[in-house]
Structure formats: C-alpha cells, structure tokens
Ligand binder design. Structure first.
Ligand SMILES: Nc1ncnc2c1ncn2[C@@H]1O[C@H](COP(=O)(O)OP(=O)(O)OP(=O)(O)O)[C@@H](O)[C@H]1O
Ligand SMILES: [Mg+2]
Length: 333
C-alpha cells in the first residue's frame, strides 16, 4: 500500500521565540492508503496538536516546521483559501466534542448540506437529499424527519453521528478522528467505531484515529503509533504491539489499561507525569518514569527514525523468542 499521508520531522512550538518548547517533536510517520492508523498516548502527549497541525487548524502563535504531504502534496504552509478547499473535501476532521462543532441554532441537516455546497456545485434540493442519505448511512433513524432538528433535540450519540456525516459529506480521502467516542457510552461507542470501520471498508477512507483508549485501538486499528511527550516512540502493527510492546512506555500504557489483556492481570498506573513541552530534559523524555533506564538515556535522546515496528529506545523490551524483528527481516532480503 502506498502512503496517503507522509509526515517528516514535524515540529510544533507554542509561544514567544525565546521560550518556545516543542509540543510535537520531530515526528515522522507514514499512514498508508486505506488503513486505520491509531495514535495513542496519555493526555498532553501532543496527539491533538499533531492532528491540528496537519489540518492547518492551530492558532497563529503556533510555529509549525517539517513536512506533511497528503498524496505527495505539501499541506503545511498553504494559505487559508487553499486549506479551506482541502478541508472537508480531501481531508476532514472529527473533534472530540460533537456539540462544540455543531451550530446550536441551525438544523443539523442543513449543517451537513452546507458542507456539501461549500465544496460541490449542487442545488439546495440535491444537497438536502445527499444530507438525508448521509444521515441514513450513519444510522440516524428516520433521517428525513430529523433533518430539521436543532442539535439539542438529538442525543449525544446522534450528534456525534451528525458530525461524522458532515465530515464524510464530500468523501474525504483522509479522516482524522480525535477521540471520536470518548464522550459516548459504551454501546454507542461500539456503533460509532463500527461506522468508522465500515467507511474504510466501503469507501476506502484512510483513517487516523486519536485515542487514549487502547481497547479502541485493539478493536479497529491496523497499525498504531505511540506518542510520548511530543515524540513518536513506537510504531507497530496492532497485533504486534499488543503481543510484544517494545518501548517501556508502551508496555506501561498496556499494563495501565483496564480491559486490555496483558500478561499481568494486575491493574497498574504509570507513576509520574508527562513532562510539559517547556521542561528541558537532556536525554530520553521518559527517563524519569522508566524501569529500563540506562546511563545513556539520561544524556542522549534516542533519535533513530521510527520505521514500522521500530522503537525509539536505547533499551527496548526484548522480543519474545521466535518473533523476528523488522531489522532481522531486512537482513534476510
Ligand atoms: N494553543 C496552545 N498553546 C500553548 N500550548 C498548547 C496549546 N495547545 C496545546 N498546547 C500544549 O501542547 C501539549 C500537547 O497538547 P495536546 O492537546 O496536543 O495533547 P493531547 O495528546 O491531545 O492530550 P489529550 O489526550 O488530553 O487530548 C500540552 O502540553 C499542551 O499544554
Ligand atoms: Mg487531544
């Protein structure tokens, strides 16, 4: 599969020049066409900042460096007009809080139809019909009669579906979903995840799914990238990540996740906190919390590129016997 989205050395800094600290630090990553790629990490690790940087949605005070290519086209540094044309058409984003992305005073159906008309030359009537079809597709019962409802007349799960319908209105190639199910109860959460999977299966939409919930990752992601303190520390196929997490942070995250099977049944928490972007840390940013820390980790950051199934760590967890590392596989070619 070819890469739909290629990030190279992505860097995001907030604040005045002299005190700038990286909220996203040298992230390089390829998301393949048609895959569901998960991004996980604790709160404050830079997941949303990375997504918003790709979408061109960061505030003016943010400094973004590096490269983000959507189908070989650079999207960083585009002017607002080109970005607006791209957003909602080629790439689309679902935010965590559905209510915040809907206009409370406007019928939900019109909000979807408007998204269609912003990018396509279609009549009002056609846009309305397409909006109703989309509402039906995302599982709104009796969509035509719900078209004119204001958002507050819908349940939280239905509102999230409307947001998803609007994000899909123009069949984007890339959908970035930032914690799309966090605010929903478990049943609705499962339905929304199914919907996202169906999108990929039926329309070939490439999905980047941001979550702090490893259960969600296990359920629908093909591959996953783990972020810690602004950096991408491990990328792996989902099955491999769960079977053999290599980065001590990934292992700690798995151990701390309720409902995710790990070799130890005991529920653990990760002692300590994610450092703030402004914390100057020589060496690895996880060192304070790491049970596998070496002398090198205190002084020298691990700057190796994170290729598929690779890990940015001086002392990764060993692979279980019989499991080949990607480096071994490369050697066999
Ligand atoms: N507009 C901003 N100005 C200054 N700092 C910011 C801004 N937005 C984010 N940050 C900082 O960047 C870091 C990463 O934040 P971000 O929201 O990307 O984390 P996250 O991984 O999405 O967390 P969560 O899981 O809580 O959503 C945090 O330290 C945050 O304080
Ligand atoms: Mg976030």
């Amino acid at each position: 599969m070819t890469a739909l989205l290629s990030l190279t050395d992505m860097e995001v800094r907030f604040g005045a020049a002299e005190s700038m600290a990286s909220a996203v630090d040298s992230v390089s990553l390829e998301v393949k066409s048609g895959e569901i790629f998960g991004i996980v990490g604790e709160s404050g690790c830079g997941k949303s900042t990375l997504a918003n940087a790709v979408m061109g949605l960061l505030p003016g005070a943010a400094h973004v460096d590096g490269s983000a290519k959507l189908q070989n086209r650079e999207v960083l540094g585009l002017d607002e007009k080109s970005l607006r044309a791209l957003r909602g058409d080629e790439m689309s984003m679902i935010f965590q809080d559905a209510s915040a992305s809907l206009d409370p005073t406007w019928p939900v159906g019109d909000q979807i139809a408007e998204t269609i008309r912003a990018h396509r030359k279609v009549s009002r009537r056609e846009a309305k019909q397409q909006a109703i079809d989309l509402m039906t597709e995302v599982g709104i019962p009796d969509a035509a009669s719900r078209y004119g409802d204001a958002p507050h007349r819908l349940s939280g799960g239905m509102r999230q579906r409307i947001v998803i319908a609007a994000a899909l209105a123009n069949q984007p190639k890339l959908l970035i979903a930032d914690e799309p199910t966090t605010a929903l109860d478990v049943t609705i959460q499962a339905q929304v995840l199914q919907l996202i999977r169906r999108l990929r299966d039926d329309h070939g939409t490439t999905v980047v799914l941001i979550t702090h919930d490893l259960g969600v990752v296990a359920e629908i992601c093909d591959r996953v990238g783990v972020m810690y303190a602004g950096q991408l520390v491990e990328v792996a196929d989902t099955a491999d990540l769960f079977a053999a997490p290599r980065h001590p942070y990934t292992r700690a995250l798995l151990a701390a996740s309720p409902g995710v099977p790990t070799e130890s049944r005991r529920l653990a928490t990760i002692p300590g906190q994610v450092p703030a972007p402004s914390d100057q840390i020589p060496g690895c940013r996880f060192q304070e919390r790491c049970p596998r820390r070496l002398e090198t980790c205190m002084t020298t950051p691990h700057r190796e590129p994170v290729f598929p199934n690779e890990v940015a760590c001086w002392n990764p967890e060993p692979l279980p016997a019989g499991m080949a590392s990607p480096t071994d596989l490369l050697g066999e070619k």
